[in-house]
Ligand binder design. Structure first.
Ligand code: MLT
Length: 264
């Protein structure tokens, strides 16, 4: 399915009946909504699962930047309008978590619960901002293969690396991303606001889900998020790294379903 919001065509994967509780899933970087395939198939009997490609990613338009995390959040609020969804459980992985927190900041009435998956609330440090700049330079020079080379070893738990089906699928996803979109995403992440102060004011149920072998946003970061959120459950997923929904879909689906049920 496709929807045009804020002048940009977004590709959207959807599963489950319209009358079920809505679950909006926001992918990470440098990925697209295919990372939610196992959630779309595994949760469709319980939820209306909506997984868009953010602008600049996957099969969505990749207009020239600048992009911002808040702009993604506004795109998603407009997408919910276009789909006739008033409130959704909003879940995001890593960069998708930054967007989920921005949806909460800017459009709280649209959020029935928050799932923060392999993500963090703090902004980039000066060193991280400089690293984003350097990565933008490398992908403009050598293409997105650089991202696959540099990120794959850090995205997956050791047992999922190598010649596994999981690594093949994630590599393919990275290699199909447009250079302009990836540069825009890196700029958006570099410039994102710190969301730490938001956490204590979250009035909806939350789940903080993290792969036990996540080296990008480790368990200690997830523990800190869960401590600050007033009504959060922490789920540490065995045999998973930074891509827990892909690496251990059953455990992640169970945590998302439990969260959806907590919204009543
Ligand atoms: C992601 O997985 O979305 C990115 O690694 C997040 C980031 O680079 O901050």
């Amino acid at each position: 399915m496709e929807r045009t919001v804020n002048g940009v065509r977004l590709a959207v994967r959807e599963a489950g009946a319209a009358e079920k509780p809505a679950l909006l899933l926001i992918h990470g970087f440098p990925l697209d909504s295919a990372m939610w395939d196992a959630q779309l198939s595994g949760l469709a009997q319980h939820c209306r699962v909506v997984a868009p490609d953010l602008r600049g990613h996957g099969a969505s338009d990749a207009p020239p930047g600048p992009y911002s995390i808040d702009q993604h959040a506004d795109d998603l609020a407009a997408l919910l309008d276009a789909l006739g969804i008033q409130r959704a459980v909003v879940g995001g992985l890593s960069m998708g978590g930054y967007v989920a927190l921005s949806v909460w900041r800017r459009h709280p009435a649209r959020v029935s619960a928050l799932a923060l998956i392999d993500t963090r609330a703090n902004a980039d440090t000066p060193e991280a901002k400089a690293a984003r700049e350097a990565t933008i330079g490398r992908i403009r020079e050598r293409g997105v293969a650089v991202l696959a080379e540099e990120m794959l070893p850090r995205l997956l738990a050791p047992e999922n690396q190598g010649k596994t089906e999981i690594e093949r699928a994630v590599r393919e996803m990275i290699l199909r991303q447009p250079v302009e979109g990836m540069a825009g995403a890196l700029e958006a992440m570099r410039d994102r606001a710190d969301a730490t102060d938001l956490l204590t004011g979250v009035t909806v149920p939350a789940a903080v889900i993290v792969g036990e072998a996540d080296v990008i946003t480790p368990v200690s970061v997830a523990e800190d998020l869960a401590r600050r959120l007033p009504d959060a459950r922490l789920v540490v997923v065995p045999r998973a790294g930074h891509m827990a929904p892909v690496e251990a879909p059953q455990e992640v689906n169970a945590a998302l379903l439990e969260l959806a049920r907590r919204t009543g």
